[in-house]
Design a protein. Structure first.
Length: 274
């Protein structure tokens, strides 16, 4: 659906019914949760200045919310088998854990170097984008999802001082030399060689969709297998050809391979390294 058409649903403060999934790490793994596990879900609303774009003074009113939960009824024999298996081992749930960090770069800067973005377990994938600082914190006039290039001419990821997964990207947006950045969205998300797209054209890439993806997995694969966890130090370096006209926020979106375990007493064990 065209996003420009969405506001038509809300004309004259109309009530609109909407439905969507919760973007939580646990909800994107494929295994069913054991019975008798206590699950608590806490939802925190963002302020109107962040989720709305337009004239000031508007707000979102939630009249009613329903949580739809899918349950599976299993046979008593399967439940008994689970109980016997849990006597000797734990139930394991591999998941794709997501962690997001934000850093401010002051007005007038021409570079950004951040050491120790991740210390310990290294992510398998990183996506980096830059957005206006006031938009990131919420303002009616701007979108927090408009990622601009800010005349960036260099971006590199370093693990233990070595560039990963390839040499830093050197760009020149003023001369439309940014194909390496656009290509990183395909190589960093394993879209190359597959009949899949990103729904972001080359022209749209520089119009609010300037993101950079880096695949840091040892085998450069996006399969369902788990790789060995590597303990390292990650640094991000960005340079701009022009000094920043305003303060911006650098957003670092990272994905980790992790496992959640549940024992027979329904205690939860995690191996999160960050």
């Amino acid at each position: 659906m065209d996003l420009n058409y969405v506001p038509n649903f809300f004309e004259l403060s109309a009530t609109v019914d909407m439905i969507g999934g919760l973007h939580g790490d646990l909800f994107h793994q494929e295994r069913l949760l054991l019975n008798l596990v206590d699950v608590k879900i806490k939802l925190i609303r963002s302020k109107p200045e962040f989720c709305l774009q337009g004239n000031a003074g508007y707000k979102v009113v939630l009249e009613k919310i329903n949580l739809l939960v899918r349950k599976v009824r299993v046979s008593p024999g399967v439940i008994l088998g689970h109980a016997k298996a849990l006597e000797n081992d734990t139930a394991k749930y591999p998941l794709n854990r997501v962690l997001c960090k934000a850093y401010s770069v002051p007005q007038g800067s021409m570079s950004f170097v951040q050491d120790n973005i991740f210390v310990g377990q290294m992510p398998k994938r990183i996506i980096v984008g830059c957005v206006d600082n006031d938009a990131f914190h919420g303002t009616f006039e701007k979108s927090p999802f408009e990622f601009k290039h800010y005349h960036m001419n260099f971006i590199g990821i370093y693990v233990d001082g070595q560039p990963k997964p390839h040499a830093p990207l050197e760009l020149n947006f003023d001369k439309n030399n940014y194909i390496k950045g656009y290509h990183s969205l395909f190589s960093g998300t394993e879209k190359i060689g597959h009949d899949q797209g990103l729904f972001i054209s080359r022209e749209d890439y520089i119009k609010g969709n300037t993101l950079f993806a880096f695949n840091l997995s040892p085998d450069l694969c996006n399969g369902d297998h788990l790789n060995l966890i590597k303990q390292s130090n990650l640094r991000l370096e960005i340079k701009f050809s022009q000094s920043l006209s305003q303060t911006i926020s650098v957003i670092v979106f990272a994905e980790f391979d992790n496992v959640i375990e549940i024992n027979k007493t329904r205690n939860i064990l995690v191996d999160f390294g960050n």
